[in-house]
Design a protein around this ligand. Structure first.
Ligand code: MF3
Ligand code: CO
Ligand code: CO
Length: 255
């Protein structure tokens, strides 16, 4: 399968989907507090998406995923399944939202700090954010995906953190995960050459310890093998004629 170039009409639909996904993250923010369960966060998001936004929560039943959002706490790298365990002060959590509106996907995630968190917890969240930002800011026609992966990896490793390799960003549109694969590590001057009209996510998973991960028995939850903290931020992006547009940016958030 090739990499699709979106038409002006498709891009407009992707803007709508992206904004809706961003709105879910903004809506859930005040609910991310000590004592709430990730199942409760799931239910609030599900209700908001289905009844207010009238979007489809893309994760629900996607390849058998049993919930409407992903909630990845502390050493969970990605694809955490909402459950009845309460968040406690000091936890960090990634909430990953994907909506489908009018046939098009918008996919975004961010870290939240629960109560008072450690310096290390704040640091890994910030580094993952910076990695995402570095990657997005490189987007423009003519640059290669290997350049972006290298930029992210170089920054993470300079900060003595590691980049998860088993999971990556992805093309997105009518299909949740389409070509290309967007690795968060790589070599400059390699990989797909970007063209205006491509849409893809950048969603680096950054570990404070080693990069290795393990898949839990539930076949979804991915943890760091060494149980060190992990953090991730994600945006859906469009390649424009002279750079990029972040389709999942919320006007109240910086990036
Ligand atoms: N939203 C995730 C991503 O960024 C994918 C989640 S797949 C699910 O690509 F099935 F776990 F929802
Ligand atoms: Co994604
Ligand atoms: Co996502």
């Amino acid at each position: 399968m090739g990499v699709s170039i979106k038409s002006a009409e498709e891009i407009e639909k992707m803007r709508v989907s992206g904004r809706l996904a961003a709105d879910v993250l903004r809506m859930i923010e005040p609910h991310v507090e000590p004592g709430v369960t990730t199942q409760q966060l799931n239910d609030i998001c599900h209700d908001f998406m289905v009844n207010q936004q009238q979007v489809v929560p893309a994760p629900l039943n996607y390849r058998g995923f049993p919930r409407s959002i992903c909630t990845s706490v502390n050493d969970v790298v990605c694809h955490g399944i909402p459950n009845d365990k309460k968040l406690k002060s000091g936890d960090i959590i990634n909430i990953d939202i994907t909506v489908i509106k009018d046939g098009y996907h918008g996919d975004t995630s961010r870290m939240f700090q629960v109560g008072e968190t450690s310096i290390q917890a704040k640091r890994i969240s910030q580094i993952a954010y910076d990695c995402m930002k570095i990657g997005i800011e490189m987007i423009k026609p003519g640059i290669q995906l290997g350049d972006i992966g290298y930029g992210i990896q170089k920054y993470a490793e300079r900060e003595s953190c590691s980049v998860v390799r088993e999971y990556c960003g992805h093309g997105i549109g009518k299909v949740f995960h389409e070509d290309p694969q967007v690795l968060h590590y790589g070599k400059p001057g390699t990989g797909l050459v970007l063209e205006a009209g491509m849409t893809f996510t950048i969603e680096p998973m950054i570990n404070i310890g080693e990069r290795k991960v393990k898949l839990l028995q539930d076949n979804w939850t991915v943890k760091t093998k060494d149980r060190s903290l992990s953090a991730q931020w994600e945006h859906t992006n469009l390649v424009t004629d002279d750079g990029f547009e972040i389709l999942t940016l919320h006007p109240e958030y910086g990036f």
